[in-house]
Design a binder for this molecule. Structure first.
Ligand code: NDP
Ligand code: HSE
Length: 431
């Protein structure tokens, strides 16, 4: 039986410091839960002189990854340096040295998860990544264990805290996108380069991970359709409010008859939808299972201690497996071949805000574009704008297919009836 467990940490930034604080501060609980002491042996950093957000003995720090991934006494490596190539290399080295690995790295898992998991299995090692999606919410364990008996058909997630914070503040405080992004960066929610947050890429990585687990298919990042929030304006949010909607960046994963769709896009949710009330930097994931019905999981999607909670829970799972001698046995290969839906098979409602010529016949020409494509309108509003000879038309369609919607978009853009398509979003359910 394993008598004590030695941990090597790659990275001591926001998340790494949280891991040190939790492992040091929860020694009694850890001993009780796993049955043996767990301690930190070595920590990789770039800058040995930097001030840290936790108490750490200087002799534990190293700037050489070899001191961690090749250390003979280290049993578990926790990767929290971020990035892709370097992190992948260190994790592969650690696994090939028969060390169990825990990572918070969604960028890496979304791109190379299959390779890393099979390397872990080959080496009889655990590779856990709970913190990679929705920080402190135990959503991966929910899919892998809690809902393992069910067939999941739908997942909707607010899985990026930065964008949810920006949309909440723009809506409630009438601030511009640029003003709130600056605030989110100062508060430390956004990645160092916030492009991946605001353009939906961070959320797409997380949805690729969730969809792969929930639908038991190998869903790659390239399979996720992505649209970010950088073009959303206060006018869009104002109309959304008038129509009874909240604007959220939604990760949407659905499975019908064996085929799946996965996307991340700004979506108008009816105010009655469970995800509409998720405010600020919080995350939430809504999951529908055929047997269980609707479930929802809410909590902090980032931050030092919430993220460390997930990592240290993974550590507890690894150590329990070590003591039982069952590491590396939990990887389940995808059950199904990937089958993605075509545009004709993806259904949704759509919101348009259009600037049209304010003259006789425009309205009937506009509505006939929808009619010719067999799409009927659920909501419609027209308002004059300051510009001479221009009116603003805002509408929401009834349920149609993505393909029909693409045709309508093209015709509106190309026929000259519409001067500008100011905005265009997906709408979920009925308001
Ligand atoms: P930070 O930038 O705060 O910390 C990164 C740490 O890794 C630093 O200590 C840095 O060293 C070290 N580091 C980076 N690159 C190297 C390298 N090549 N060699 C040696 N050390 C290196 O990142 P976070 O803690 O915020 O994020 C870590 C991971 O966790 C990322 O994958 C992120 O996506 C993920 N994550 C983060 C969340 C959060 O709330 N921050 C939430 C969920 C997941 P030094 O300090 O010396 O510069
Ligand atoms: N930048 C990410 C977010 C951090 O805003 O959600 C957590 O992955």
């Amino acid at each position: 039986m394993v008598e004590n467990v030695s941990v090597g940490l790659l990275g001591l930034g926001t998340v790494g410091s949280g891991v040190v604080r939790m492992v040091e501060g929860h020694q009694e609980e850890l001993l009780h839960r796993v049955g043996c002491p767990v301690y930190i042996e070595k920590v990789l950093v770039q800058n040995l002189e930097k001030e840290r957000a936790c108490v750490i003995k200087p002799e534990l720090l190293t700037s050489s990854a070899e001191d961690v991934v090749n250390h003979p006494d280290i049993d578990v490596v926790i990767e929290v340096i971020g990035g892709i190539e370097q992190a992948r290399e260190y994790i592969l080295q650690a696994l090939n040295n028969k060390k169990h690995v825990i990572t918070a790295n969604k960028d890496l898992m979304a791109l190379h998860g299959a390779e890393l998991l099979s390397t872990a299995e080959k080496n009889g090692c655990d590779l856990f990544y709970e913190a990679s999606v929705a920080g402190g919410i135990p959503i991966i364990r929910t899919l892998v264990d809690g809902l393992a008996s069910d067939r999941i058909t739908k997942m909707m997630g607010i899985v990026n805290g930065t964008t949810n914070y920006i949309l909440t503040k723009m809506d409630k405080q009438n601030l511009t996108f640029e003003e709130v992004l600056k605030e989110a960066q100062e508060l430390g929610y956004a990645e160092s380069d916030p492009t991946s947050d605001v353009e939906g890429i961070d959320a797409a990585r997380k949805m690729a991970i969730l969809a792969s687990l929930g639908f038991s298919m190998n869903i790659h990042l390239d399979d996720v359709e992505v649209k970010g929030i950088s073009n959303i304006t206060s006018e869009d949010l104002e109309y959304a409010r008038q129509f009874g909607y909240s604007m959220k960046l939604i990760g949407n994963a659905r499975k019908d008859g064996g085929k799946v769709e996965v996307s991340v896009e700004p979506t108008l949710l009816p105010d009655t939808h469970p995800l509409a009330s998720v405010q600020n930097e919080n995350n939430a994931v809504y999951i529908y299972g055929e047997a269980v019905g609707e479930t929802m999981f809410f909590g902090p999607g980032a931050g030092q201690l919430p993220t460390a909670t997930s990592i240290v829970s993974d550590l507890v799972a690894v150590v329990r497996n070590m003591r039982l001698g069952v590491n590396g046995k939990s990887v389940v290969a995808p059950q199904f071949e990937k089958q993605l839906k075509q545009a004709e098979e993806i259904e949704g409602k759509y919101f348009y805000r259009l600037h049209v010529k304010d003259e006789a016949g425009t309205f009937s020409a506009l509505t006939s574009v929808f009619a010719e494509n067999q799409v009927s309108l659920e909501k419609l509003l027209q308002k004059p704008v300051d510009e001479d000879g221009v009116a603003e038309v805002v509408l929401v369609t009834h349920t149609t297919t993505k393909h029909q919607n693409e045709q309508i978009y093209q015709q509106l853009r190309d026929t000259g009836i519409v001067k500008v398509i100011k905005s265009h979003y997906r709408v979920e359910g009925g308001a």
